[in-house]
Design a protein around this ligand. Structure first.
Ligand SMILES: Cc1ncc(COP(=O)(O)O)c(C=O)c1O
Length: 412
């Protein structure tokens, strides 16, 4: 019998040298696991690392309306393969959630979550070794998704609260990438940005789009809106206004505008792994064929059950109204948590933190890893990012805000 340790050594030779030095676990999931194991030992822990919405007792929120629809699904809505590019009715329903005026999804495919959509965008719009441009700070897995698809991430800065975007910095960065690689792919996680919890102002949006207009003669530009948190906004009207700005820009036709959509947060169906990569203002047979090829070659078909559920929801006005009420309830909950956190920070004589939407806010820290480490010693878990600390409002009850704020101040 071979010893297990020997098998381990054999494996190491099989694994490509370039793939031997990754961390064993995703850093955010690893922090979450550590927090949970300390809870299990009876410690009082504040866990603001998770990316799922929790109620004030730390239990995961699962939208009732969605689960009612899930229970109604028939075997044929669950078991058969979905079409390779996804059910067109599903894609259309996903697009109409944000652009109800559109009659059809345009060009697109169903993907395993928004992550799948982001991955497919790299495969189809960049050559190996090229750069994706995005706002900094950004959702950490962007690096992994880019890397696994042969690309890397470059950034332009999110403005500080109350300041205008640095359009010149964006112009310089985007021009540089276009001159270098002859094409540009931008992932814009707006509105309801992870991890800052903010959205671009109308003026910032106009400035970003103007830069793209000015540069599009240098090569094809693809603007991919990464829309993961739109149902959880302080002001839904602001979200709709942003979506309309992007739609108006898309129909100008100078830049290819698409969206990465997901049911993870939208329907609290994180584990169902459904999303979509769509180009709602484009009907292009070669783009459609390329996306189908990617689906077939990477994961075949995306899961059928969540697609069937979205189609059912689109036909059920009552369920839509109930779901809208649930979204409103949880958006108000996130809003009150953001206010509680700001209030507690101010009591500690620190600046408050603005929140416009999504599950997170970012707090400043000069040495984020060290501050996060000291917070951990005090039983408070947050995710260090290069620009500060990502704090999951989705897991931080208003009740815990004062303890959180005082631990944060002591840890700075
Ligand atoms: C900014 C952002 N984009 C995309 C996603 C993709 O999520 P999923 O693959 O679960 O749809 C997430 C999830 O946390 C996210 O935060």
């Amino acid at each position: 019998m071979l010893e297990v340790s020997n098998i381990g050594n054999l494996m190491l030779h099989n694994l490509l040298p370039s793939r031997r030095d990754f961390p064993a676990d995703d850093p955010i999931f690893a922090l979450n696991t550590e927090a949970q194991s300390r809870v299990a030992k009876g410690e009082r822990i504040i866990n603001a690392t998770v990316g799922a919405l929790l109620d004030d007792n730390g239990q995961i929120v699962i939208l009732d309306t969605v689960m009612e629809l899930w229970r109604e699904l028939t075997p044929k809505e669950i078991a058969p393969y979905a079409p390779i590019s996804g059910d067109p009715a599903y894609l259309t329903a996903m697009v109409q959630r944000y652009w109800p005026e559109l009659a059809y999804f345009g060009t697109g495919c169903a993907t395993p979550g928004g992550s799948g959509a982001l991955a497919l965008s790299v495969r189809n719009f960049l050559e190996p070794g090229q750069a994706i441009l995005t706002l900094a700070p950004y959702w950490g897995p962007y690096d992994t998704i880019a890397q696994e698809n042969g690309a890397h991430v470059e950034t332009f800065p999110m403005p500080e609260p109350g300041h205008a975007i640095d359009a010149l910095a964006l112009m310089e960065k985007a021009r540089n990438i276009l001159e270098r690689q002859g094409r540009l792919l931008i992932w814009l996680n707006d509105p309801c940005h992870n991890p800052t919890g903010r959205s671009t102002s109308p003026a910032d949006r106009a400035a970003i789009l103007e830069v793209l207009r000015e540069l599009c003669h240098l090569g094809p530009i693809t603007l991919l809106l990464d829309l993961a948190y739109l149902e959880y906004a302080a002001d839904p009207a602001e979200v709709m206004a942003a979506l309309q700005d992007y739609a108006r820009f898309a129909v100008e036709g100078q830049v290819l505008v698409g969206a990465s959509l997901s049911v993870s947060k939208t329907l609290t169906l994180y584990g169902a792994r459904a999303g979509a990569l769509v180009f709602p203002w484009t009907r292009d047979a070669s783009l459609q064929a390329a996306l189908a090829m990617s689906c077939r070659g990477i994961f075949s078909n995306a899961p059928r059950a969540p697609q069937s559920l979205v189609v059912r929801l689109a036909k059920d006005g009552k369920a839509q109204a109930r779901l809208a009420d649930e979204h409103r309830h949880w958006s108000e909950k996130l809003s009150s948590r953001a206010q509680a956190l700001s209030g507690a920070l101010r009591k500690e004589e620190l600046p408050g933190v603005p929140w416009q939407g999504g599950f997170f806010v970012t707090l400043p820290a000069k040495n984020p890893t060290a501050v996060a480490g000291r917070l951990k010693d005090r039983g408070v878990f947050v995710v260090p990012i290069p620009q500060g600390l990502r704090v999951g409002l989705c897991g931080l009850s208003a009740r815990d805000a004062p303890v959180f704020a005082s631990a944060y101040k002591e840890s700075l």
